[in-house]
Design a binder for this molecule. Structure first.
Ligand code: OAD
Length: 272
């Protein structure tokens, strides 16, 4: 398949689909400056997950774990949604409820792009409602109480210079933790249920920028395939899902999605 044929085939599949499940991973934010996990320079190449992203690590040294999340929050705060986030936000808006975005990303860039799109349409920028992304692995700018488990948005500064300065629950005074999923933890039940519900109802899965190594997220497109649905993958590298893809677009998301989901030319995209 040539590049143009691949994109035309993917566009056709998406156009004919009654319901689309979109699954994104760290690759969609890579061009915005947010590091991926497993690629060159990836977070898990530089840091040991068991020291920073497990409940045991947090119990052992909450200050160290918070320090890492403060660094990630600062990094993401300096990034903007890119052309891939914007193209997806516009396309989701135009599909008005017949596509659902499920992301493994905790950076909040999808929601920012969607709010910008909504605002440009004259909607209240926070009126995403049922269109908001399903955040399977939590969110960097949310916190959860380690005792009462109350979860809230948290964009304020976190002073991780000592245990005594770490953020505490305004209700019960216990330590707050980032509301992200750590290794060995369950995914948020509501988000997972919603993602599975969409995967079971979708006739096409559009999978962008994920190594598809982490389950249950990587199983969602398989649920779509099992019902006879099609799979479109956008990733410069192959993944375990590639052999099952109807169309693989081997290009960065920022190049591919504006063309796939909008209108325009597709320079230098290899299809297969
Ligand atoms: P990974 O770092 O495992 O994979 C990133 C994927 O993005 C790779 O397949 C790259 O080839 C691809 N990629 C890189 N640049 C890209 C670009 N410009 N456009 C499109 N694709 C690109 O990240 P995830 O698959 O998201 O979990 O990782 C899944 C989970 O593993 C994360 O959510 C995180 C991690 O442990 C938790 O923290 C719970």
């Amino acid at each position: 398949m040539t590049d143009t044929q691949a994109v035309a085939a993917a566009r056709d599949l998406l156009h004919r689909a009654r319901r689309v499940l979109v699954l994104t991973g760290a690759g969609i934010s890579a061009e915005c400056g947010v590091p991926t996990f497993r690629g060159p320079g990836g977070l898990w190449k530089r840091h040991r997950p068991e020291e920073l992203a497990t409940p045991e690590a947090f119990r052992r040294d909450p200050r160290l774990v918070w320090e890492w999340y403060v660094w990630r929050r600062e990094l993401v705060s300096s990034c903007e949604p890119g052309p891939a986030h914007h193209a997806l936000a516009g396309w989701l808006g135009r599909r008005s409820g017949s596509a659902r975005l499920v992301t493994q990303n905790v950076d909040g860039l999808h929601a920012r792009a969607q709010r910008e799109w909504a605002a440009a349409q004259g909607d209240a920028p926070d009126a995403l409602g049922a269109g908001r992304p399903v955040e399977l692995h939590g969110a960097l700018f949310r916190v959860r109480c380690t005792a009462c488990r109350r979860e809230t948005e948290h964009r304020g500064t976190v002073d991780a210079s000592s245990d005594a300065t770490l953020p505490r629950c305004s209700d019960c005074g216990a330590l707050l933790r980032p509301a992200v999923v750590w290794f060995g933890e369950m995914l948020p039940a509501e988000a997972l249920d919603e993602a599975i519900r969409w995967a079971r109802a979708a006739d096409v899965a559009l999978v962008v920028g994920t190594s598809a190594l982490v389950h249950p997220a990587a199983s969602l497109p398989i649920l779509v395939l099992e019902r006879g649905g099609g799979l479109v993958e956008v990733n410069p590298e192959p993944s375990p899902l590639t052999p099952r893809a109807a169309v693989s677009i081997r290009a960065p998301a920022g190049t591919a999605l504006p063309v796939l989901l909008g209108t325009g030319e597709l320079p230098g995209v290899k299809g297969g």
